[in-house]
Design a protein around this ligand. Structure first.
Ligand code: SF4
Ligand code: SF4
Length: 482
């Protein structure tokens, strides 16, 4: 930037927020956070009515005691971070999805069978997309080995990769899981690479032997559980309608006690009547001892009885905010809190995440079903409509490209002026399909909710960075983000 600068400047696209008594900008096109000091505030003030010339901005800063070099440097920084921009408003660049992206994670649905009949299940419930008729119910060892080989080949260049075991109920095919862990670990080691494992389970089939195996092999475990018995048993039931809480409670306690190598996480599905977030959190975290508890509203058409309406979601948000404040108090004391909805977003903000797609589905992550059919993620497994090929023949690159092009943030025009888009990117492809019949549709039904929650997380992040920045560094280190 030179003294002869003649361009006009205007404000870039940002969301202003406050944290710990300081002001910050969330710079949307970059997904970055910028602290507002006196000089930045003066430049924003000078541009709030429209455009200004370089000399005018320089004069504004000079009035506040800035030397020419310091003022130029500040304007250069603001320009670089796109807090301010020059010229005409430029449309957001719409990049196509990368033609080939090395795989990071494979979700292996070891079976499409389940011993529970949870009313809201996306796999078996009224909104299911799977078409499992005529396909194997359990994955066999040949398909499993071919899936591992596929992951190793498609992830070339990555030192560390991941397998998540999923179902149905994953542990209904525990013998295969054991074989896959042995096969994949050996194969990865022979290539001087590392493979990490996790699984999701309803906990009904956990035994001391299985718990020992999971602990010995450092396998991460997420338990699907919806809170204390009167809430959990509303929808997490066996086929005869009997609740599953009594069966899983002792098993979950044994898992938490016996699994010594990884913290155990609970994943709660919120539904109409099961929205008492704080009570559920206290039960799962304090009474049962889960390390982390994460919540997600049920994915469903809005007319299902268990769908949460707008008022219900408002109540969820208020409780999320209370737990987020509790999270903040812990962080300012240097302590961990187990509300993973905050941890996840803090991690993304720390990394400056700016998503082209809402998640890794069909990008760094693929799902594979018992038949070997490849899907964008576990939720699309066994769906003929969404199949991206088969493990025996490989990925259908055209179908994958179509899925990714439609799901790209550039194709979601409703999102282009939304400050939450670096993190949301239009929301889950599966939810979009269930709601709108199109995996590439933006999930526009709870946008205000998403924006308010994003603002809450930004405030938490800003306050921690102002009052206990060391926590963020430790947090990032623990999560492997640094
Ligand atoms: S879906 Fe809604 S909240 Fe998400 S980025 Fe798009 S407009 Fe924003
Ligand atoms: S499409 Fe939805 S369910 Fe699948 S990985 Fe993405 S966010 Fe998760």
């Amino acid at each position: 930037m030179l003294a002869t600068e003649t361009r006009t400047y205007r404000l870039g696209e940002f969301h202003k927020f406050e944290g710990g008594g300081r002001q910050f900008l969330y710079l949307v096109p970059a997904g970055a956070i910028f602290e507002v000091d006196e000089g930045v505030a003066a430049v924003i003030g000078a541009l709030s009515a429209g455009e200004a010339q370089f000399d005018d901005l320089l004069a504004t800063l000079s009035d506040r005691g800035y030397a020419f070099d310091d003022a130029s440097e500040l304007l250069r920084e603001m320009l670089f971070s796109r807090a301010i921009v020059t010229g005409e408003p430029a449309p957001e660049p719409v990049e196509s999805a990368p033609a080939k992206f090395p795989l990071q994670s494979l979700v292996m649905n070891l079976t499409n069978q389940c011993n529970l009949a949870c009313t809201y299940c996306y796999e078996f419930g009224e909104d299911k997309v799977a078409t499992p008729e005529g396909k194997p119910k359990f994955m066999d060892i040949e398909t499993a080995k071919a899936s591992v080989d596929f992951l190793l080949k498609e992830s070339e260049g990555r030192k560390s990769i991941h397998i998540t075991f999923f179902g149905g109920e994953t542990l209904m095919n525990f013998p295969l899981l054991k074989e896959v862990v042995a096969y994949a670990s050996d194969k990865a080691a022979s290539q001087d690479r590392f493979i990490d494992f996790s699984l999701t389970t309803n906990a009904t089939l956990l035994t001391p032997t299985i718990i020992q195996f999971l602990s010995d092999n450092s396998i991460g475990v997420t338990v699907s559980m919806d809170g204390p018995p009167e809430l959990h048993d509303k929808l997490r039931v066996f086929a005869n309608g009997r609740g599953s809480y009594d069966i899983i409670e002792p098993r979950v306690k044994a898992l938490i006690q016996g699994h010594r190598t990884r913290p155990i996480t609970a994943r709660v599905t919120l539904t109409n009547g099961v929205t008492d977030v704080i009570r559920i959190y206290r039960h799962l975290k304090n009474e049962l001892g889960f390390a982390e508890v994460g919540f997600a509203p049920v994915t469903t058409s809005p007319d299902r009885l268990y769908a949460i309406n707008e008022k219900g979601m408002g109540g969820v948000l208020e409780q999320f905010k209370l737990l987020a404040d509790e999270y903040l108090e812990h962080a300012l004391r240097g302590e961990l809190h187990g509300f993973s909805n905050v941890s996840e977003t803090l991690g993304e903000l720390y990394q400056g995440v700016n998503k082209s797609h809402p998640c890794g589905a069909a990008l760094g992550l693929l799902g594979v079903g018992p038949s070997g059919d490849i899907a964008p993620c576990h939720r699309f497994v066994d769906s003929d409509t969404h199949s991206l090929g088969n493990i025996s023949t490989g990925v259908d690159r055209e179908k994958q490209k179509d899925f990714l092009d439609r799901g790209h943030i550039g194709a979601k025009y409703d999102c282009h002026s939304c400050f939450a888009r670096p993190l949301c990117a239009g929301g889950c492809h599966h939810e979009a399909f269930v709601r709108y019949g199109d995996t590439g549709h933006a999930n526009l039904h709870f946008c205000d909710w998403i924006r308010e929650w994003t603002d809450t997380c930004l405030r938490i992040f800003g306050t921690i960075s102002a009052q206990n920045p060391g926590f963020l560094e430790q947090f990032a280190h623990r999560k492997g983000l640094d």
